[in-house]
Design a protein around this ligand. Structure first.
Ligand code: SAM
Length: 281
């Protein structure tokens, strides 16, 4: 397990993932009934963009830093940017929230969040950070735990409504297949939950195959995908973009995704050929 998200926090991929995560979480507020969120690959929850790791790559400069300069944010993106600004009251770009913090921010008193991180050291850091999260008493951290195993073990949640966020590091060649297996097991146990999966795009054909495999899972009906290329995918060995796949996508998300991506794509573009797609499969 070599991947450390601290090198990549706040990059274009985090912006896409976290904007869509926040839109999906806000949709869960439309009903009073409690919801449950499982983050299978949680990371450490909070990132210092002044750290050696973050400054070494400087990836956040082509991500969140570009958005914080904007004065024309569409309403669908504003809550995410305001959440980041709330962590940086002096106006600098220093602290960047991970997916666990953003989920915790959306918890109402009746809701709960489970965070799973496999890396022994990072999961301890996550547990320490989570004690400072909003609604921290409603947050449970599973340290040194495999997220796919947790998904299988914990669904369906007693609340019967909510979301599973799957955001692996893609260090393993068969990560797409592991996700399909985990989603099959999840949907078999909890068909009505929302599942949100983040993935990198190197070769768009590989991603297209993944979409079709998810769509073919027994019990899966609605699949919505949002993809961005930050440059033309002419070299399939490069990190050309990323996407999010949703099973049982929140209605509000499918409605707003086009507006969100039309706004973000030119801002996050890194070279010619940047484009996006939002597709209901
Ligand atoms: C992309 S990072 C997560 C970033 C986080 N979701 C966010 O948006 O802030 C992926 C994380 O998954 C962890 N990880 C890798 N394999 C795992 C597994 N099988 N189960 C749980 N966590 C895993 C890595 O240690 C890493 O911290």
């Amino acid at each position: 397990m070599n991947y450390r998200h601290s090198y990549h926090a706040g990059n274009f991929a985090d912006v896409i993932k976290h904007v869509l995560q926040c839109v999906a979480l806000r949709y869960l507020h439309t009903k009073e009934k409690p919801f449950w969120v499982l983050d299978t690959h949680a990371g450490v929850g909070m990132y210092d963009l002044a750290s050696e790791e973050a400054t070494k790559t400087g990836e956040f400069m082509a991500g969140i830093a570009r958005l914080l300069e904007r004065t024309d944010l569409p309403p669908a993106i504003t809550p995410y940017v305001e959440a980041v600004q709330q962590l940086n009251p002096q106006g600098e770009v220093r602290w960047y929230p991970g997916s666990p913090w953003l989920s915790a921010l959306h918890l109402r008193p009746q809701d709960s969040l489970v965070l799973c991180e496999k890396h022994p050291y990072d999961s301890q850091l996550l547990a320490a950070n989570a004690r400072e999260f909003p609604a921290s008493r409603q947050v449970k951290v599973l340290t040194a735990t495999d997220g796919y195993g947790a998904l299988k073990a914990l669904v369906p949640p007693p609340q019967k409504r909510g979301m599973v966020l799957i955001d692996p590091p893609f260090e393993q060649r068969d990560e797409f297949d592991q996700i399909v297996t985990a989603l099959s097991a999840g949907v078999r146990r909890w068909a009505t939950g929302t599942y949100a999966v983040w993935y990198p795009i190197k070769d768009p054909l590989v991603v297209g195959e993944f979409h079709q495999k998810v769509k073919a899972i027994r019990g899966v009906e609605q699949v919505f995908v949002v993809d961005i290329l930050v440059r033309a995918a002419t070299d399939a060995s490069c990190f050309n973009g990323c996407g999010m796949l949703f099973i049982n996508p929140p209605y509000g998300l499918t409605q707003q995704a086009g507006t969100i991506m039309a706004y973000l794509t030119p801002i996050l573009a890194q070279a010619r050929g940047a484009e996006y797609q939002c597709l209901m499969l």
